[in-house]
Ligand binder design. Structure first.
Ligand code: PGA
Length: 211
């Protein structure tokens, strides 16, 4: 099955980085690519890139209304967004909030990428197994260079699979070098990449090395 590589730019990126991705990203049939820039950069990437999906890093738990500064799933969908990262640990959101956001995504035909750092709540997502992705991101591995061991990841993936047959990504300090080892994990459907998704050459190498 095709591997999925999601780039999470977080609160980074610029019009210049958008141009670099538009001009130099090596799109291939072998990998499904999802770029998640800031809300402000979504439209530019959607209108200038082919062969990749664009994702958002967050969405509102509401459909519309008096929620100053929020962005709804309907707005994202209208722009051409396909995926939404939900519940990233950097946002410190409650499970209730996360569940509401997942529901808004699904109502709007967006695919939530549900971030978890333990299997504690996976049971609550069981109904969405065919409609969402799970991203296992151990907190200690995010942005630290300390990628989790294949044994730890495999164990967690097996625990998740014993609950429901989710597609599962790993995230946390993924780069073009450690991907070579990570891709040996049998149940790995792809990766969620933060820091290493901000350099076009490094990101292209990840795409090349995951195959
Ligand atoms: P990192 O971030 O690759 O920089 O560790 C991953 C993430 O937070 O999604």
């Amino acid at each position: 099955m095709k591997k999925i590589v999601v780039g999470n730019w977080k609160m980074n990126g610029s019009l210049k980085l958008c141009e670099e991705f538009i001009n130099h990203l090596k799109v291939s049939d072998a990998v499904e690519i999802v770029i998640c820039p800031s809300f402000l950069h979504i439209e530019k990437l959607v209108s200038h890139m082919t062969g990749v999906h664009i994702g958002a890093q967050n969405c509102s738990e509401f459909n519309s209304g008096s929620h100053t500064g929020d962005i709804s799933c309907a707005m994202l969908r209208e722009l051409g967004v396909k995926y939404v990262i939900v519940g990233h640990s950097e946002r410190n959101e409650s499970i209730n909030l996360i569940l509401q956001k997942i529901e808004r995504c699904l109502e709007n035909h967006l695919i939530p990428i549900i971030c978890i750092d333990s299997t504690e709540n996976v049971r609550l997502f069981k109904d969405f197994e065919k409609l969402s992705l799970i991203a296992y991101e151990p907190r200690a591995s995010i942005g630290s260079g300390l990628v989790a061991s294949n044994d730890d990841i495999t164990q967690t993936f097996q625990d998740i699979k014993s609950i429901a047959n989710f597609k599962i990504l790993y995230g946390g300090s993924v780069n073009s070098q450690n991907i070579v080892n990570l891709k040996m994990i049998h149940e790995l459907n792809g990766v969620l990449v933060g820091g290493a998704s901000l350099k076009i050459d490094e990101f292209n190498l990840i795409l090349q090395n995951i195959v």
